[in-house]
Design a protein around this ligand. Structure first.
Ligand code: PLP
Length: 370
């Protein structure tokens, strides 16, 4: 019987995250802001942040103040951008925790500046430009006036200018080149007016992989650091120098032989064949493994189908023969030469990163090094 204390766990390979960070630094030739939002895409914010900083990332990024607090409480002192900005009610704490904020709204900027001055501090901000993402940011033609206004606010320090791509290549009426040209236009207009922020950044993972002219002097790397692969490649082929860092495992807690015609799971959607061996894993949709039919797990390097509806805390797997209790199954990741790549689940679950970010925090992360 297995000595492993966990019914299900996720192995995170920190050496690989470090190598991926070094690869991005080397391939782009510019500095890296490591995106560790959403619990570092499920990898664990604190350990991941330490790994990427060890490997040379200059800055971190999260989306909420609470995520920044977690990093600070763990003793991480590196600069951290909060992508989501700060509401008026949060700004004192954001300043106290030395956040870096994207600035996109004049009224909010004035509040931030007043609060920073009241606290005797200057708050570093990056001008956020909407070049086509249609989310945060001022439109390119407003950028110069906005930058000049921000420049009058004594509590703020313009440290950067940034925008975000809606994709790479063509995506409907615009494409990444359109956005890139709009962003270049803003950077040049600001420079001509004497505004040259230290950081200029546009690229996230897909642009890091495919749009070398989008690097400016900083890239914001999320998925690539975790080895999530080329999100647009259905096979999840890894690019040279990048490797997967996430392996979700579980051990069988029940294995039994069924008679023909027995039903399995809620709503009895599966019926066994003669002498079918069904194993139970203590992991389910409550852990973040979505209840979408057609999935499989790896057992001793073989694909075994998940049968019946996935329960909140269990799933049933049809096995080719009996195994000892405690036998390991891989839900996502590698087992010997076999692999269930993130892209496979991404296709079924509709997003390249859904599977990692959805994995419940109740599942222990076990950190490994090569
Ligand atoms: C503003 C911004 N930059 C960078 C990223 C990182 O994206 P990716 O994981 O594709 O590298 C995100 C993620 O959503 C983002 O919102």
């Amino acid at each position: 019987m297995s000595e492993n204390p966990y019914p299900t766990w996720i192995e995170i390979n920190l050496s690989r995250i470090e190598n991926n960070t070094r690869t991005v630094l080397k391939n782009t030739g510019v500095d890296v802001m490591a995106v560790v939002k959403t619990n570092a895409y499920g990898h664990g914010a604190v350990e991941t942040s330490k790994a990427v900083l060890r490997a040379g990332a200059k800055m971190l990024a999260v989306v909420r103040l609470s995520e920044l607090m977690e990093l600070r409480q763990a003793g991480i002192t590196a600069p951290v951008m909060i992508f989501g900005g700060a509401m008026a009610s949060e700004v004192d704490q954001a300043i106290a925790q030395t956040a870096v904020l994207p600035v996109y709204d004049a009224e909010l900027a004035k509040i931030w500046s007043d609060r920073a001055l009241a606290l005797g501090r200057r708050l570093p901000v990056h001008l956020k430009i909407d070049t086509g993402m249609g989310r945060f940011g001022v439109f390119p033609e407003q950028a110069l006036d906005f930058a000049r206004f921000i420049g009058t606010l004594e509590g703020l320090e313009i440290e950067g200018v940034m925008s975000h791509l809606a994709g790479v290549g063509d995506y409907g009426p615009i494409n990444s080149q359109t956005q890139l040209q709009r962003f270049k236009g803003v950077v040049d207009t600001l420079a001509a007016a004497g505004i040259r922020p230290r950081w200029r950044h546009l690229a996230s993972s897909s642009a890091i992989l495919y749009e070398p002219d989008s690097y400016f002097n900083l890239v914001r790397a999320g998925g690539v650091l975790y080895g999530l692969g080329d999100a647009s490649d259905p096979q999840g082929v890894m690019l040279p120098g990048l490797s997967r860092s996430f392996c979700w495992k579980a051990q069988f807690v029940s294995i039994k032989r069924f008679p023909e015609g027995w039903t399995v799971g809620y709503d009895s959607t599966y019926t066994t064949h003669k002498d079918e061996i069904i194993g139970v894993l203590n992991v389910g949709h409550g852990d973040g493994y979505l209840r979408i039919p057609g999935g499989s797990v790896l057992v001793e390097g073989r694909r075994c189908p998940i049968v019946g509806k996935i329960c909140m805390d269990q799933m049933m797997v049809s096995l080719p023969h009996e195994y000892p209790l405690g036998t390991e199954a891989v839900l996502i990741g590698e087992q010997g030469d076999a692999v269930i790549p993130p892209q496979e689940l991404a296709r079924r679950w509709a997003s390249a990163t859904t599977f990692v970010t959805n994995v419940n925090r109740r599942i222990p992360r076990v950190y490994l090094r090569d």
